[in-house]
Design a protein around this ligand. Structure first.
Ligand SMILES: Nc1nc2c(c(=O)[nH]1)N[C@H]1C(S)=C(S)[C@@H](COP(=O)(O)OP(=O)(O)OC[C@H]3O[C@@H](n4cnc5c(=O)[nH]c(N)nc54)[C@H](O)[C@@H]3O)O[C@H]1N2
Ligand SMILES: Nc1nc2c(c(=O)[nH]1)N[C@H]1C(S)=C(S)[C@@H](COP(=O)(O)OP(=O)(O)OC[C@H]3O[C@@H](n4cnc5c(=O)[nH]c(N)nc54)[C@H](O)[C@@H]3O)O[C@H]1N2
Ligand code: SF4
Ligand SMILES: [Mo]
Length: 908
């Protein structure tokens, strides 16, 4: 019993990325929750990045889906769980009876807990008897999975985070680690401080925040990684950088792989030309790699999300095998996972071509083993449809019912408008989510409410194979249920036995037992073995400390995890050897043409998570990048008639969207970058998924998210504007809008085409202000087309609107500050009328440090006025960068830029 007045903290795991940081959550009396890093967790040792730190701001119940609902005549109606699940089970039974088990499907997610995932997979593959269950991990990790299976014989990640710290060289390929895996990046950054000789190489067509710390940046042309790594393989072979004994004893296929690499890539100069980088830069990378034993090559979506993704993965692994750089401390190829439970999903066999517990769907002995263990009535015996094919089959009417869980495909799939067409034609779309309004839910016939992070209980596995507990610390809201329970209740209605679980722990126990079942060298050996975690009991499960699989139990009873694999040179292929894979480089399938002359690259920004259903709720995360953008080279912009700061229409053969042009300074000519996060709820027209071509890798089925031919052109407008409002507004009448969450208000950026005859009545109408009595300050310059108005309620600012034909609009940061004031001062009112702050320093500029809310202007002013030279000095002065550290690369950049600007000013 907790007799002290100290609030109880719960140790859990972050809801977001695959780093899998430990979190200490302490519910406060007022409904809020304090979030801190768990100093005992071996992934983060107490640190959290800005998304993790802001988890507390995403836990409110606004916008949550809290009751089962069924759509009737276009409108959603609340129903009981029984009614909702009866409806789904009845329709599934009818469809299966008439069209067979392959006419139904699940589309699930790497954000499910292992226990949820296990149930969905068991239900589909062992009971419905179809493998039509695929996951958003198809869009994410499937090329790494396929590459691992080809090289190692099983989907195995050989290294640990610790290896990044033990390495003498870290190569980051297609990974914006500073923004996407910030805590991992900080571990690398800290090591570089204590061991400055450690070399950091970044291979990315863009100059990202990750490059701020790099010793070498190879800005390769999109899609040319196989040339680069084949070139490296060939270089290593020619220069004697081969571990002949390792290769002979532990691998197959070296000669073929090197011969294949030699065809196109033996000449470094030719490779440099193909990759569009300078030859000396290429050679520096090759020489350093050859000269360094302890190299970790970590890779992410710039590698996986490609029509040559699996080959990219194997071209990297080949280089590690050649020098025996695997299985020992500080070395190895390292696929960094994206989602919190991408790895757990792989363990339970969540992909349409895998079976549970790392077994193969297409191997008879594996199928037989799993079926015996489950005692299931039927087993799927062929691979199911992969994500992109699944949505095609839905549109074609072959799949008639789809159940979508914890993913938002109408935003995240390639050719996302096709996905919408598919769902609109589908007989039965069920969606389980935590939010009421998502793009996908809008197409669902049945909506089922799930428990979210903080409410649900189970396990996740991070990038280094570490299993950690997610623990509940909040009560279940409304009628929401854990995902596993929704599925079990459904399975029972379908008449299936084997789903009478009472807790997540019971499911975990079965999963652990299956992994150990007949898992011996002389029976059916698999590297994935957590049999030692069976029989923990509820208490043992609740107390489970983070542990890396495979797990063994010592005689003392303690559990022992394993930091790295292949230390003994044994791989999972039948002969115990790893395989080199001969890969032939090829360019992205879609070639650039006259109509679509640029290459579209897509990815993430620092403070948002995917389709923003959760991070979009957090004011702390809203400002760093407030709107969708298209980053392009200034010369390309000039050529296409668009200007920085203005909106542009971006189109491909599949779809189009609108975003603001920016010159981030880090992008090569010929390509543009657009973030993935904005959706139909947060912007009128900014779903980049609708533009992405649905071409996939032939082995993994992973889409080409990083390369679509695209056109950028002017988006003609007559005026620009923005609104800050304490009330939600409907802006459908405006040509373009983006909604941004503020602390006590919503901010809307607007752009319009229609000419406005009477500003005052138009603005009042848009803002929903009624009555002549309203306290309303306004300023209008009709000839200039400039208008601003402020709606006050009891001396507090309630809403404000600013319109102008030009972009030069007042500072949003200053206005946001006014919303936190209980009463406006005279000076504030004057400022509102003249459209700019009267007080000096009131305009802090766009947020750089989200943790402490420090703006760009504040940082730049301090650098100049106090002559700050280092990030540490900026932190000492303003706190910026002192918490999660995610903004340190940007502060570094500001230090340089500001001091250059000052020097130039002095010179002039
Ligand atoms: N802030 C934030 N963090 C996240 C997420 C999030 O939504 N927001 N999502 C999580 C998830 S699920 C994932 S999968 C990870 C993704 O993490 P990352 O893979 O680091 O993120 P991306 O921005 O998708 O892409 C990484 C980089 O690949 C580069 N790239 C594009 N084409 C090529 C190419 O041909 N070759 C090479 N070498 N590079 C290329 C892009 O320019 C981009 O900078 O992030 C996880 N972490
Ligand atoms: N253009 C482009 N597209 C991409 C990518 C890219 O780089 N470029 N990256 C791809 C990658 S790597 C990924 S991982 C995907 C991610 O894409 P999605 O999976 O579509 O993105 P999320 O926004 O994370 O969707 C998760 C959904 O689950 C809901 N949810 C949250 N918690 C729970 C829960 O506990 N239970 C249930 N049932 N629901 C929950 C959320 O509200 C949300 O609707 O995007 C892919 N799409
Ligand atoms: S790095 Fe950030 S988002 Fe990823 S697990 Fe850690 S705190 Fe969460
Ligand atoms: Mo991902």
């Amino acid at each position: 019993m907790n007799l002290s007045l100290e609030p109880l903290s719960v140790r859990t795991t972050c809801a977001y990325c695959g780093v899998g940081c430990g979190v200490k959550a302490t519910p406060k009396g007022d409904g809020g929750t304090d979030i801190a890093g768990d100093s005992n967790h071996p992934a983060n040792f107490g640190k959290l990045c800005v998304k993790g730190s802001a988890l507390g701001e995403t836990l409110g119940l606004e916008g949550r889906l809290l009751h089962p609902q069924v759509r009737e005549n276009g409108a959603l109606r609340q129903v009981s769980w029984d009614a909702a699940l009866d409806r789904v089970a009845g329709q599934w039974q009818d469809i299966i009876a008439e069209h067979g088990p392959d006419a139904v499907a699940f589309y699930v997610s790497g954000q499910l807990l292992t226990e949820d995932y296990y149930i969905a997979n068991k239900l589909m593959k062992g009971y419905v008897g179809s493998a039509n269950i695929d996951t958003n991990s198809r869009l994410c990790m499937s090329s790494a999975v396929a590459g691992h299976k080809r090289a190692f014989g099983e989907d195995l990640v050989p290294v640990s985070y610790e290896d990044l710290e033990l390495a003498d060289m870290v190569v980051l390929v297609g990974s914006n680690t500073a923004w996407c895996h910030p805590i991992l990046f900080q571990r690398i950054a800290r090591i570089k401080e204590t061991r400055p000789h450690v070399k950091l190489v970044v291979i990315d067509p863009r100059r990202t925040a990750t490059c701020e710390l790099a010793d070498l940046h190879l800005s390769v042309k999109q899609g040319t990684d196989v040339w680069l790594f084949n070139g490296l393989l060939s270089y290593l072979a020619r220069n004697g950088a081969v571990d002949a004994e390792f290769v002979a004893r532990h691998t197959n296929g070296m000669a073929e792989a090197v011969a294949a690499a030699d065809v196109d890539c033996a000449d470094p100069a030719a490779v440099a030309r193909k990759c569009r980088i300078e030859l000396p830069v290429l050679l520096e990378f090759y020489k350093s790699f050859a000269a360094t034993a302890r190299v970790v090559t970590a890779f992410s979506m710039g590698v996986n999300q490609s029509s040559a993704g699996t080959d990219k993965v194997n071209s990297i692994i080949n280089c590690h095998l050649l020098g025996g750089r695997i299985g020992q401390p500080g070395m190895g190829p390292f696929s960094i996972t994206g989602q919190p439970n991408a790895m757990g999903g792989r363990e339970v066999g969540g992909l349409a071509n895998m079976l549970a517990a790392h077994m193969d769907l297409e191997r008879g002995e594996h199928r037989e083993l799993v079926q015996t263990f489950w005692q299931s009535p039927r087993m799927a015996d062929k691979a199911g449809l992969k994500a992109v094919d699944l949505f095609r089959a839905i549109e074609d009417g072959k799949v008639k019912a789809v159940w979508i869980i914890a993913t938002n495909p109408l935003v995240s799939l390639p050719d996302a408008d096709q996905a919408r067409r598919a769902l609109e034609k589908c007989e039965l779309v069920v969606a389980t989510d935590i939010m009421q309004n998502t793009d996908t839910n809008a197409c669902a016939h049945v909506l089922l409410p799930a428990l979210g992070w903080g409410e649900k209980d189970g396990t996740v596995t991070n990038s280094e194979r570490r299993i950690s507990r997610q623990r509940a610390f909040l009560p279940a809201p409304g009628e929401a249920l854990p995902d596993w329970q929704i599925l079990c209740r459904f399975a029972q209605r379908m008449g299936y036995e084997g789903f009478d679980f009472n807790s997540a722990h019971e499911i975990f126990d079965e999963h652990a037992r299956l992994s150990g079942y007949r898992n011996t060298a002389d029976d059916v050996p698999r590297a994935f073995n957590i049999g030692a975690l069976a029989g923990l009991g509820q208490q043992g499960y609740d107390a489970l400390e983070p542990v890396q699989w495979p797990v063994t139990r010592l005689e003392s009873g303690d559990l022992l995890g394993q930091a790295r694999l292949f230390g003994d040179g044994r791989f999972a292929h039948a002969d115990g050897k790893a395989r080199f894979i001969a890969v032939v480089p090829r360019l992205p399938v879609n070639t650039i043409c006259e109509d679509y002359p640029l290459a579209l690259n897509t990815g993430r920004v620092r403070d948002h998570w995917h389709t923003m259903t959760r991070t979009g709720k957090a004011p702390k995360l809203a400002d760093h990048v407030a709107e969708s953008f298209v980053d392009m080279h200034p010369q390309d912009a000039l050529l296409h008639g668009v200007r920085a700061g203005e909106l542009a229409r971006i189109s491909t053969a599949w779809g189009s969207m609108v975003a603001r042009v920016q010159h981030g300074g880090g992008i090569a000519r010929g390509s543009v970058f657009i973030p993935i996060h904005w959706n139909g709820q947060t912007a009128s027209d900014a779903r980049v998924g609708a533009l992405v071509n649905p071409v996939v890798d032939p082995v993994s089925g992973e889409p080409e998210f990083k390369h679509t031919p695209v056109r950028v052109e002017q988006f003609r407008l007559n005026w620009h504007g923005f609104i800050l409002s304490r009330r939600e507004l409907n802006l459908d009448s405006v040509a373009h809008w983006t909604r941004i969450q503020g602390r006590d208000f919503a901010r809307y950026e607007l752009a319009g085409r229609q000419s406005i005859a009477d500003f005052a009545s138009w603005a009042r109408n848009l803002l929903g202000v009624q009555g002549e009595q309203a306290d309303w300050l306004e300023y209008e310059d009709r000839s200039a087309g400039v208008y601003r108005a402020v709606h006050l309620v009891d001396d507090r600012i309630d809403q404000c609107i600013f319109l102008s034909p030009r972009q030069d609009m007042p500072s949003r940061a200053w206005l946001a500050g006014l919303f936190s004031k209980e009463q406006l001062s005279e000076i504030d009112r004057v400022g509102l009328l003249v459209g700019q702050p009267v007080e000096k320093g009131a305009d802090t500029g766009p947020t750089v440090c989200s943790c402490f809310g420090v703006g760009r202007n504040t940082i730049c002013n301090a650098i100049v006025q106090q002559d700050l030279q280092t990030v540490a000095q900026v932190t000492a002065c303003l706190k910026a960068g002192g918490n999660c550290g995610s903004c340190v690369p940007e502060i570094k950049k500001l230090l340089v830029e500001t001091r250059v600007a000052v020097a130039e000013e002095r010179a002039a």
